[in-house]
Design a binder for this molecule. Structure first.
Ligand code: HEC
Ligand code: HEC
Ligand code: HEC
Ligand code: HEC
Ligand code: HEC
Length: 449
């Protein structure tokens, strides 16, 4: 079990007390020395107890810490796993996040001495750690001991990492507080195979029949990507979908739902507790009261998950579109998208009927090797050949890989895969931004033969 800070404090106080009470054997008392000179009067202290109570009251910090135990920010393990990694911790670890904000580090790509671009969104080695906790978001805690200390680490518009900072998300509802969330909950970039720079989504969308990867010419300088199991936009796609700006936009007709402008992350994810959702659990599962906090869905149409129009119908529609898109992402009957029936490892288990996880059905000896019969691998037809086998693979694995069908990608397929991942990993099945999500999927389906 993990101890929260207060339990740790109580525990250490208990240890100190037990040490003190165990000192029972003492020698005879010595002579009393002369009295010392009187000390200076100290300056008057603040009434500490009063200012502490602003936060240290049963309904505030104590209660919030309890709610926070249900937040994946607290119980998730990525902060431990990525500690020390200066490129991962800006979104995964407290001290790194605070450092990125304090130094205003921009997510730019710069040209290195090897002639390739690379992303410079890094914290320092000395700050690449820290579990996400209260002061990740409230970074001024215990500085003035007043309510001002609850101020947020940042609410500034967010330069998007996936575009090397060339586009910015600014969610204005609720004083811009959603920008705090989006600073971390945004996709990571796809980089161009040749240049290392940010992939040009506009060029891909404008030329769907172009070749993104030619499997028969692995070293062609026209290849912009090489498919692999983990060719993806990372996990935190919500911010981009919410703002309506993260997809490969084939065709036209892109608009945003009202949420983008009028609702904030807090409306649906914080507020009153409902079961294990709300407050500082940051969880929205089964929480429908938020739909009317701004008076929007005032006739309370979203009181239950079974309500058809807004909740069930939206999610059913998006689920169907995902299924249709995956069905088109096949080559000679072999699916490009990976399926996983492992309900724990597959974070998107149940979101689609076939349990896609957004990874690619490209051979990896430890992840989707059909010979191992893994639950993380549920595709019926076997994977595609991996165009970049690792030196560490055994001779047998290399031979197995070579026997598999090759996977070339058109721009349409590549873009559609990225859009599939973006929507699946947004988790909400269209609730965050129905209009954008639906257009993105429909246009992706339309552009595929
Ligand atoms: C602006 C809100 C706020 C004020 C005012 C405040 N605290 Fe805190 N305090 C917090 C938060 C938040 C935590 C972290 C709780 C957790 O991690 O679960 C905390 C934790 C603590 C801890 C646990 C040890 C630690 O550092 O994690 C102590 C002790 C503490 N506060 C003492 C005080 C005292 C004494 C005062 C008044 C002089 C005070 N606090 C005023 C918000 C506040
Ligand atoms: C410092 C970066 C950071 C900030 C700021 C942040 N998050 Fe997160 N959030 C994460 C990470 C990282 C995870 C996943 C943690 C893990 O798995 O170890 C996460 C997890 C979550 C989850 C659970 C996701 C799941 O798959 O179950 C929700 C919901 C969430 N965050 C909402 C929010 C909201 C709302 C805000 C703004 C109030 C916010 N987050 C601010 C980094 C952040
Ligand atoms: C731009 C911010 C950002 C960066 C940089 C980033 N991540 Fe994440 N990552 C997130 C967010 C946000 C989530 C949680 C998304 C959710 O659950 O909705 C996440 C989730 C994850 C998860 C899944 C955790 C789980 O729930 O099991 C892993 C693993 C992970 N990240 C690893 C990494 C690694 C490794 C790197 C560096 C190569 C990295 N991340 C860099 C934002 C980021
Ligand atoms: C992921 C970011 C994030 C983390 C981590 C976080 N908070 Fe907050 N906190 C917020 C946001 C956002 C609000 C404003 C909520 C709103 O506007 O509805 C808030 C509001 C508060 C408030 C004011 C609410 C009130 O009732 O006055 C307190 C107190 C507070 N947080 C304490 C904590 C404590 C204690 C922790 C750690 C256990 C913590 N926060 C962790 C984002 C965060
Ligand atoms: C209109 C309500 C609404 C708003 C506003 C909203 N969300 Fe969500 N969010 C949801 C719903 C509903 C789900 C899916 C929960 C479920 O499966 O029941 C979800 C899911 C998520 C998840 C996946 C983990 C989870 O709890 O299932 C993350 C992370 C997340 N939202 C972050 C955000 C962020 C960041 C913002 C602000 C940019 C935001 N959300 C704004 C309703 C909302």
């Amino acid at each position: 079990m993990k101890l929260n800070n207060f339990s740790k404090l109580l525990l250490s106080a208990f240890v100190v007390m037990s040490i003190a009470s165990s000192c029972v054997k003492e020698g005879p008392m010595g002579l009393t020395g002369p009295a010392g000179a009187n000390g200076k009067d100290g300056t008057n202290g603040k009434d500490a107890n009063e200012t502490c109570k602003v936060c240290h009251a049963s309904g505030k910090v104590d209660l919030i810490s309890t709610q926070f135990q249900f937040s994946k920010h607290e119980y998730g393990e990525a902060a431990f796993e990525e500690a020390g990694n200066v490129g991962c911790t800006p979104c995964h670890a407290q001290e790194a996040f605070k450092d990125i904000v304090a130094r205003d580090v921009q997510p730019v790509f710069t040209l290195g001495s090897n002639g390739k671009y690379s992303l410079q969104y890094n914290t320092l080695a000395s700050t690449a750690y820290g579990e996400i906790g209260c002061s990740t978001c409230h970074s001024s805690l215990h500085t003035t001991y007043g309510t001002a200390d609850l101020a947020f680490t940042t609410v500034k518009p967010v330069p998007m990492v996936m575009w090397g900072g060339k586009k910015t998300i600014d969610l204005k509802a609720d004083g811009g507080k959603s920008n705090l969330c989006v600073k971390c909950h945004q996709p990571r970039p796809q980089s161009n195979l040749q240049t290392g720079n940010v992939q040009d989504y506009d060029a891909i969308a404008k030329n769907p029949t172009g070749i993104a990867y030619d499997a028969n010419n692995n070293s062609a300088t026209t290849n912009i990507i090489r498919p692999s199991y983990r060719m993806h936009v990372h996990y935190g796609s919500v911010g981009a979908v919410y703002a309506g700006m993260g997809g490969v936009e084939f065709g036209t007709g892109y608009t945003n739902s009202k949420h983008t402008e009028v609702a904030s992350c807090m409306d649906c994810h914080m507020g009153a507790m409902v079961g294990r959702a709300g407050g500082h659990t940051f969880n929205a599962v089964g929480k429908f009261d938020g739909c009317n906090v701004t008076g929007c869905h005032s006739t309370a149409p979203i009181s239950a998950a079974t309500t058809t129009k807004y909740w069930k119908q939206t999610r059913d529609d998006v689920k169907l579109l995902l299924t249709q898109l995956a069905a088109k992402l096949t080559v000679d009957g072999v699916e490009i998208m990976n399926r996983s029936n492992d309900s724990e490892a597959n974070l998107w288990y149940g979101l689609t009927t076939k349990n896609y996880d957004g990874y690619l059905n490209v051979y990896d000896p430890s992840l989707n090797n059909p010979k191992l019969g893994l639950a993380t691998y549920a595709n019926a037809t076997g994977p595609f050949q991996n165009p970049a086998p690792a030196a560490t693979w055994t001779a047998e694995q290399k031979a197995d890989n070579l026997a598999l069908p090759k996977l070339s990608l058109t721009n349409a397929q590549y873009g559609a895969i990225l859009n599939f991942q973006l929507v699946l990993r947004d988790y909400s099945l269209g609730i965050h931004n129905t209009a954008y999500t639906t257009t993105l999927l429909k246009n992706s389906i339309a552009v595929l033969p």
